[in-house]
Design a protein around this ligand. Sequence first.
Ligand code: NAD
Length: 302
Amino acid sequence: MTAKLIKGTEIREKILSEIEKEVKEIKEKHGQVPGLVTILIGANPASISYVTLKIKTANRLGFHEIQDDQPADISEEDLLALISKYNNDDSINGILVQLPLPKHINEKKILNAIDPDKDVDGFHPVNVGRLMIGGDEVKFPPCTPAGIQEMIVRSGVETSGAEVVVVGRSNIVGKPIANMMLQKGPGANSTVTIVHTRTKDLAAHCKRADILIVAAGVPGLVKPEWIKEGACVIDVGVNRVGEKISEKTGKKIAILRGDVDFDKAKEIAGSITPVPGGVGPMTITMLMKNTLKSLKFSLGIA
Ligand code: NAD
């Protein structure tokens, strides 16, 4: 059996065109577009490339986009003042502080200073609490888990009553996606198990999964014999395992591998996400969706 590929790149295009259409309609009717500010501290190359992609996507969608670059030695006080300025700016619906932050800045203090109603990353404790309650209470689901759920739903996989096993318990992927899949409602209603480094028999749990979501950051952790025949496998892991020369650009690029042994797993699974091109493209897409949602909340049309 060869699994159906769940391609994040294709799903991204569909969602982005839906957002683009809605942005145009809201602009015509209400004269406003979603406003997103990205605050980048210092010049970490990985952060720069991530932020560049966010800006490109926001511009393509017709958002009002501000890139606010700050020096690596900015004081915590000045950064808090900057966040306060954007909290009070009505043209801004989403505030993003690119992580990681320099060592002298308390990350928790900074993220908690963002107005929860502009926290489009969904990391503020208020939004984490809202996610836990579920239903109408949820404003901004965190972007990578929201992307995972969209991929599962849009590829037609039944979630109601499904055994979902999540490998990993991080605050940005494992815990929120597990919470989202067990909520009452469409795209959820699953029976969820979270497994982690202290789990006794990882293989036995994975083998039970109708939907296996792996976010461990360990290349090839999930072996093909751990996968149930016909299961949906979502591989969140992005691991750099080497470098190669790009055929397109002639430049050195990273060789990326997921947490699942893809080549063998695709012969057993019913559907599977590739790495790269699977979950990866969904995160920025869902960030854009949350920013649009934030504008809709402020206009009272969400
Ligand atoms: P993390 O390091 O914060 O958490 C990893 C979790 O996996 C931990 O809870 C740990 O207990 C568990 N784990 C690690 N090794 C394990 C093992 N051998 N057996 C069982 N459990 C194990 O990582 P994270 O931030 O959740 O990210 C996980 C992976 O997903 C990384 O590869 C990361 O790069 C990737 N990621 C991708 C995207 C995206 O594509 N958009 C977004 C976020 C994270």
